[in-house]
Design a protein around this ligand. Structure first.
Ligand code: MEV
Length: 322
C-alpha cells in the first residue's frame, strides 16, 4: 500500500489577477487530501471517494479517458503513461478529503498532487516535486481551462509562496500577526472556477485600459501585503484585504453571499475580509482580533456561511505517508 497527502490553500492576495501574469500570495491550508493506493482484488481500476460521493469501477484502459468530474484523474494517468510509459493497471484508489470540496480551498489541486506522488511511488518512479507540479497542472488544465498554476504550486511545495506565472514560486515567510486569527467562512455555494475566470477575463478585455489600472492596483497590493506581513501590521493587512475584495468585486468575481459574509464580519469586529479562490461562492477569509473571534464567527454563521473555522496555514506540501 502507498499513501500520499497534499494540503489545500488559501489565496491571501491576488487571485484572478494572477491569471494575467500578476503576482499572488498563497499559503498552504493545514487541511489535507489523503490518497491511498492498494492492490486490486479484481481486474478493475477502482476509485472510492466517499466525501464527493464517487465510487468508480472501470477497466484500467477506460481509466485513461473518463469525462466530467473525473476527467482530471484521466489526465494524470495519461501524464504518467506519456512521460514514463506507465500503463494503467488494476488498483484500488481511496481518497479522503479534509478539505471542503468546491469551496475555493484547493481540494482539486491537493488531490492531483497527492494522487500523482502516490501513483509514481506505486510504480517505483522516483519523481521530483517539479514533475508532480507538471502533472497537477495537466489535471487543472482539464478541470478549468486556464489555470495560473497557483493552486498546484501550493499543493506541491507547501508553506507560503509568492507566485507568478513563468517564475519559480518564491518561498515567503507569512505569519498571522500576533493577537489575530485567520478565519475561513465557506458559503456552501459550489462554483465553476472555469466560469468565473472566463467572466473576469471577459470583463478585463471589455474594459481595456480601465481594467489594467485594477490589475496594477492588485499588483501593488501584493507588495504592500508582503511588507505588512513582515511588520506584523494587522490593521494594514485588514485594509489591504478589504481593498483587494473591492478590486475582485469590480472584476465581477464577488456575489451576494460573499458580500453578506464580508460585511457581517467587518461589522462584528474583523479588521479585513475578502473572498479567496475564484469567487461567486466558495470561501471568504477574515482577519480578526483574537478577542473578537467568537463573535465574528457567530455573526458570519448567522449571515449564511455553512462552515466557519480558524485556519492554520503554512503546512508541508505534498508528501508520502508511512
Ligand atoms: C483559483 O483558486 C485561483 C484563480 O486565480 C484561478 C487561477 O489562478 O488559476 C481564480
Amino acid at each position: 500500500m502507498i499513501a500520499a497527502s497534499a494540503p489545500g490553500k488559501v489565496i491571501l492576495f491576488g487571485e484572478h489577477f494572477v491569471v494575467k501574469g500578476r503576482p499572488s500570495l498563497v499559503s498552504a491550508l493545514c487541511k489535507r487530501v489523503h490518497v491511498k493506493i492498494s492492490k486490486s482484488e479484481d481486474d478493475r481500476f477502482t476509485l472510492l471517494s466517499p466525501r464527493i460521493g464517487v465510487s468508480l469501477r472501470v477497466t484500467p484502459q477506460r481509466a485513461m479517458s473518463l469525462g466530467g468530474k473525473l476527467a482530471p484523474l484521466s489526465a494524470l494517468i495519461r501524464f504518467f503513461h506519456e512521460k514514463f510509459g506507465v500503463k494503467p493497471e488494476p488498483m484500488r484508489v481511496e481518497v479522503e478529503s479534509g478539505i471542503p470540496v468546491g469551496a475555493g480551498l484547493g481540494s482539486s489541486a491537493a488531490f492531483s498532487a497527492a494522487f500523482s506522488l502516490a501513483y509514481a511511488a506505486w510504480h517505483g518512479i522516483d519523481v521530483d516535486l517539479d514533475t508532480v507540479m507538471s502533472a497537477s497542472l495537466e489535471a487543472e488544465r482539464v478541470a478549468h481551462g486556464k489555470p495560473s498554476g497557483v493552486d498546484s504550486a501550493i499543493a506541491v511545495y507547501g508553506g507560503s509562496l509568492l507566485y507568478r506565472v513563468g517564475n519559480r514560486p518564491e518561498r515567503v515567510d507569512i505569519r498571522i500577526p500576533e493577537g489575530y486569527k485567520l478565519v475561513v467562512a465557506n458559503t456552501g455555494v459550489e462554483r465553476s472556477t472555469r466560469e468565473v475566470v472566463e467572466r473576469v477575463l471577459g470583463r478585463a478585455s471589455l474594459l481595456g485600459r480601465a481594467s489594467s489600472y485594477v490589475y496594477d492596483a492588485a499588483e501593488e497590493l501584493v507588495k504592500l501585503a508582503l511588507e505588512a506581513f513582515k511588520g506584523g501590521d494587522a490593521l494594514l493587512l485588514g485594509e489591504l484585504m478589504d481593498f483587494n475584495q473591492g478590486l475582485l468585486n469590480a472584476m465581477g468575481a464577488s456575489s451576494l453571499i460573499i458580500e453578506r459574509i464580508v460585511f457581517a464580519a467587518r461589522s462584528a469586529g474583523a479588521v479585513g475580509a475578502k473572498l479567496t479562490g475564484a469567487g461567486w461562492g466558495g470561501s471568504v477569509i477574515i482577519l480578526v482580533p483574537e478577542a473578537e473571534a467568537g463573535r465574528v464567527m457567530a455573526e458570519v454563521s448567522r449571515s449564511g456561511a455553512v462552515e466557519v473555522f480558524e485556519a492554520n496555514i503554512g503546512c508541508e506540501g505534498v508528501q508520502l505517508e508511512r
